[in-house]
Ligand binder design. Structure first.
Ligand SMILES: [Zn+2]
Length: 1078
């Protein structure tokens, strides 16, 4: 097991074979060895404490983050899917579609195509309840079973079982049912300020340029070219000398100051700029000035640590002193409570190991402010948002203690009888332990007889330290019968594959089939795992996978207006009974449809038919879609063309294209959620598919959108496979319900994320996994009394993939305060920004982008204004004061304004994908999304290698990009590799095996070459993939073409188009604050 702070074990050296595409997928020897994983549990076999009522024991932990596992990881002893299956992805497949004869082994009936819609007269206009005589010409047992007559299981989960008196027992075993996942949210992107800029990089510009602030920064970012040494930005004159406040500390790295004139900003204009801005000049000599700000000598109440950016008479800024992200490779050890007080958590993006000493780990629940304002007035004065970011199944660090499972027997966990809050370390036992006071509603309950225990001299129960529910912030309770309205559902995986002409011809169908075929080995074994498969173009084709049949049988549903489906028992079959059939079928499908000329897609009908097949069980519906749905229910039109040709002209109404076109899809999605069917969409396309409309399924059912645009049969199959694999193997739960409870005086205002909500207090999650977060905004409904703490508790009732019904309960208890500066001091930057980002994303479909951008800036201005006005001890109006905890807020907001979601340019589908990506995004991935990590990779050979695999990140400014350099930039979703104009040929050769960058396709496969540089780069990419739990699409970017523009659009500290540089934005913010000052 890795020791805290020590090197991580189990990083297998990549096992490369440089030539096979499949091996590129095997690059991902992610993170943890099998040994380490079992080491987490002391090597003892995992036994569910509840003697599993469902018979299916979870295997010992296995699995890894995205990417094929190291050999032998799988408990079943199955080798990870590897090369051979992947060979179907030869790029030649794309062109081979119509020339090759069908495979000889293909079952005869696979060659017969479904009749055109309506060819089967009996199906036309037939009522849904009629026998499915329209299943086409194929033979097959189709006992007609109208779906409408299927027994419907009430989907409601009971969340409010009574407090019970059972004799509790708990089992100190890990609760993770699925693979416990490794490591490393390590070295999250905390780009470090680079070394001071060499003087040659800096040019002194004119000293008094004028500023012309725009109300908003809406403009098309252009692919900027590196323009070092271009005319200097407005802040060039020497600063006025400053008198540091007494008691101020010597300047240290993260602090800085910005000096500029106290002169009116209104008289300045942004100078015409090149696309990249050279750094504001650093005039030698000024570095020696006492640059000390921020930390006034600690008068009570303890002021917030803050930093002041001065603007003095000459608009002078030292760019090296503005707040930047800092990175530290050190692992932080975090105890959630110390000395009976809540301990503010480390940044979400840092590498930390949590010891749960009463409060839940910040991985599971993080509050935007770590002290709770007593009044709504205090909160509104701060202008900050009070919200929780809840990620109930988040991956723990491998060195963290496992969550304990507590079994109270048939009575279920002890709860408050009034508010139903779950027993937790902050419920106070009184009366020799005979009664307890609820920390949420204040109600006093009798302690259940079997749960009674005397109190010790400290007033705590004598057994408190032995009972996880009394000493841990997070526990898993075994759910009793009262929490079930039916037996826990089986793990059902239904694959729905687009086989329309486009999907076939682009290789998307083959990629999907191959990915599924490999992933079958990763599905949980045992009788409770069920699978089904269907394909669709203008009709829907089910496959009877029953073992009794010699070959999989195709069953065609031609009616795409009024959909029905074959018998559930024929098309959703235990995996153990159909594995072979399924494999044969998946290998055959691409050839079966290779001559398909049907361009239409009956997506809506297909997804509905698949739903009907799964309705009785619920489960995961994994849809592979390549074109715009064009026929049948829920068909869509290409509305993108309707207003997107002229972006600026369409700007006012453009956001309406980000509202779903068809309400019927939403209605369907809600029905899916009701029956515990969750939808994941894998969009492998080269055209507009209206993600906005399609994504209502994942958004409503706890699913996810994966987007491969433009789909490349060469490079995308690897990502598709890895995404699918992670999707089915990551820790997850089904048929879940979540609720957050708060102490009196605070209540939940709103939940935001991918779920369905039928009653105000709960969210329904047909599926939830370790990567999904839910934002919970809070509001006051009363004044809080100072003194005691304010508690929050999230309870997630879910069924594990192995059929155990569990309740994951996380409790966070935070101090209350009536002091404004305490709020600023305890603000959580990453959580705050998560909220701002998610709220902006939610706003995009309903407001013009300029408005959304203005709102984001206003949030920043209002918070800083409040701090400036009420908390700062610095009196100079020329200073921009940033609270230490929030000093990066302007940088993040600026990066947000320049993100693909908030920029004015870009394709509608890209924007829609961004909105969907953000919706369930966990906090640790929010920062890299807007402020990606960039590293230089051309000189790795020359660098001294320390312990960390990933080199120190570089700030996102084009001044850090040289023409000889090669850079890797990743945001958790994609990975861009930019090669400058004048990279040494031998570097290109080493990295890519080719001497000229021009010869490499934009969508490419990073093959490992046999040299140290290439090996290092591959190791870095693998490490990043493991950290992000994402395979990351690789894209090569070149100067002078759109790919280069895409790369430079990430240089968020630059001026991009009419969007300001970081320094300019700070000035803008400062000016806005000054305007508000009385
Ligand atoms: Zn209560």
């Amino acid at each position: 097991m890795a020791t805290p702070g020590g090197p991580r074990q189990g990083n297998f050296p990549p096992n490369y074979n440089s030539n096979a595409l499949a091996n590129n997928m095997e690059n991902l020897q992610i993170n943890q060895s099998n040994q380490q994983q079992s080491g987490n549990f002391g090597g003892s076999a995992y036994r569910p404490p509840n003697a599993t009522p469902f018979g299916q024991q979870p295997p010992r932990f296995s699995g890894s983050r995205p990417g094929p596992p190291p050999p032998g990881v799988f408990s079943g002893g199955q080798a990870p899917p590897s090369g051979p299956a992947q060979t179907t992805f030869s790029p030649s497949l794309v062109s081979a579609r119509s020339t090759e004869p069908p495979a000889v082994t293909q079952p005869a009936f696979f060659t017969s195509r479904p009749p055109p819609p309506g060819a089967s007269p009996s199906s036309i206009g037939g009522p849904a309840t009629s026998a499915p005589s329209g299943f086409g010409p194929l033979p097959g047992p189709f006992p007609s079973s109208p779906l409408t007559s299927r027994p419907a299981f009430p989907p409601h989960m009971v969340t409010s079982g009574p407090a019970s008196n059972g004799s509790p027992s708990f089992t100190p075993v890990p609760s993770q049912d699925g693979p416990r996942l490794p490591p490393a949210i390590s070295s999250m992107p905390r780009p470090l300020v680079g070394p001071p800029q060499p003087p040659t990089m800096l040019s002194s510009g004119p000293s008094s340029q004028t500023l012309q602030m725009r109300p908003s920064f809406g403009a098309r970012p252009s692919g900027a070219s590196s323009a070092i040494g271009q005319p200097a930005p407005p802040f060039s004159a020497p600063p006025q000398s400053m008198i540091p406040p007494s008691g101020s500390l010597p300047f240290s790295a993260p602090q800085g100051m910005l000096q500029s004139s106290g002169s009116p900003y209104g008289m300045q204009t942004w100078p015409p700029q090149p696309q990249q801005v050279a750094p504001p000049p650093l005039v030698s000599g000024h570095m020696q000035q006492p640059q000390m700000f921020g930390m006034p000598p600690g008068p009570p109440p303890l002021p917030n640590q803050s930093m002041a950016l001065n603007q003095t008479a000459q608009s002078k800024i030292n760019p090296n002193q503005i707040p930047r992200l800092t990175s530290s490779s050190a692992v932080i050890l975090h105890e959630t409570r110390q000395g009976n007080q809540a301990n503010p958590p480390p940044p979400a993006t840092s590498d930390y190991i949590v010891k749960d000493t009463g409060n839940c780990s910040p991985r599971y629940m993080r509050c935007t402010i770590n002290q709770i304002p007593c009044t709504v007035d205090l909160l509104s004065t701060s202008a900050m948002q009070l919200a929780l970011l809840v990620q109930p199944l988040a991956l723990p660090h491998p060195s963290e203690e496992a969550i304990q499972v507590v079994d109270f027997g048939e009575n279920g966990p002890v709860r408050c009888s009034r508010c139903k809050g779950y027993i937790n370390p902050f419920m106070k036992f009184i009366d020799q332990g005979k009664r307890f006071i609820c920390n949420f509603c204040g109600f006093t309950d009798e302690t259940p007889r079997d749960y009674h225990c005397n109190l010790g001299p400290d007033g705590r129960r004598r057994d408190a330290d032995e009972r996880p529910e009394l000493c841990r912030g997070t526990v898993d309770f075994v759910a009793s019968k009262e929490y079930m309205v039916r037996d826990p559902m089986p793990a059902v995986f239904f694959f729905l594959i687009d086989v329309s002409m486009n999907a076939i011809q682009t290789g998307a169908t083959a990629a999907a089939c191959s990915a599924i075929n490999q992933v079958i080995a990763d599905l949980p074994e045992g009788p409770r795992t069920m699978v089904g498969i269907a394909t669709f173009d203008s009709t829907i084709h089910f496959y009877n996978l029953k073992r009794a049949l010699q070959q999989p049988l195709m069953l065609i549903v031609p009616d795409v207006q009024d959909v029905y489906t074959p018998l559930h028992s024929d098309v959703v079959v235990p995996l153990s009974e159909c594995r072979q059939h399924l494999e044969i079928l998946l290998e055959s499908l691409p050839t079966m449809f290779q001559n398909n000329r049907t361009a239409d897609s009956a997506f809506g009908a297909a997804i509905k038919a698949a739903f009907l097949a799964m309705k009785s069980t619920g489960g995961k519906l994994l849809v592979f879609q390549s074109v715009l749905p064009s026929i049948g229910i829920g068909s869509l039109s290409t509305r993108e063309a309707e207003g997107r040709t002229n972006v600026s002209a369409g700007e006012k109404q453009a956001h309406k294209l980000l509202q779903p076109a068809d309400k019927s899809l939403k209605t369907m999605a809600i029905e899916f959620a009701e029956y515990q069917v969750s939808v994941d969409l894998f969009i492998t396309t080269q055209t507009y598919v209206d993600i906005t409309s399609l994504s209502v399924f994942p958004r409503t059912t706890g699913g996810q959108v994966y987007y491969y645009y433009p789909f490349s049969a060469l490079s995308d199959p690897a990502k598709l496979y890895n995404d699918l694999r992670w999707n089915v193997t990551r820790p997850q739960g089904f048929e879940a319900v979540m609720r957050v409870r708060c102490s009196q005086g605070i209540q939940v205002q709103e939940y935001s994320g991918n779920f369905c909500k039928r009653i105000p207090t709960d969210v329904d999650l047909p599926a939830i996994d370790c990567d999904k977060a839910i934002m919970v905004t809070l509001k006051h409904d009363d004044k809080l009394q100072e003194g005691s703490e304010c508690a929050f508790q999230s309870a997630l009732l879910y069924t594990s993939i192995y059929g155990q019904r569990r309740i994951r309960v996380s409790t966070l208890s935070l101090p209350r305060t009536s002091i404004l500066s305490n709020l600023f001091r305890s603000a959580d930057m990453d959580a705050q920004f998560s909220c701002i980002l998610k709220q902006a994303a939610n706003e995009i479909p309903s407001a013009p982008l300029t408005q959304v951008r203005d709102q984001a800036t206003n949030v920043c201005v209002n918070i800083l204004y409040s701090y400036r006005k009420f908390c700062s001890t610095v009196s100079s109006a020329g200073q921009l004061i940033l609270p230490e905890a929030l000093k990066l807020l302007p940088l993040y907001i600026l990066a947000l304004l320049k993100s693909s979601g908030l920029r004015s340019d870009g394709r509608i589908d890209d924007k829609s994908f961004w909105i969907n990506y953000v919706s369930p995004l966990p906090t640790p991935l929010v920062i890299p999304l807007v402020y990606p990590r960039m590293i230089a990779i051309h000189d790795l050979d020359e660098k001294e290698s320390d312990d960390s695999i990933i080199p120190t990140p570089i700030p996102l400014s084009s001044e850090n990009i040289t023409v000889e350099g090669v850079y890797l930039l990743e945001n958790g979703e994609e990975c861009l590799i930019y090669a400058g104009d004048s990279v040494q040929p031998n570097v290109i050769q080493k990295l890519f095996g080719i001497s000229a960058v021009a010869e490499i396709s934009n969508q490419f496969v990073m093959q490992q070459q046999d040299n140290p540089l290439s090996k290092k780069v591959n190791a870095i990419i693998n490490e990043i993939r493991g950290q992000r739990c994402s395979y990351l699409r690789l894209r090569l970017c070149r100067k002078g073409d759109p790919s280069g523009m895409a790369f430079f659009s990430y240089m968020v500290e630059d001026k991009i188009g009419s969007m300001p540089s970081y320094v300019e934005y700070l000035i803008h913010i400062h000016r806005q604050i000054q305007n508000k000052m009385p």
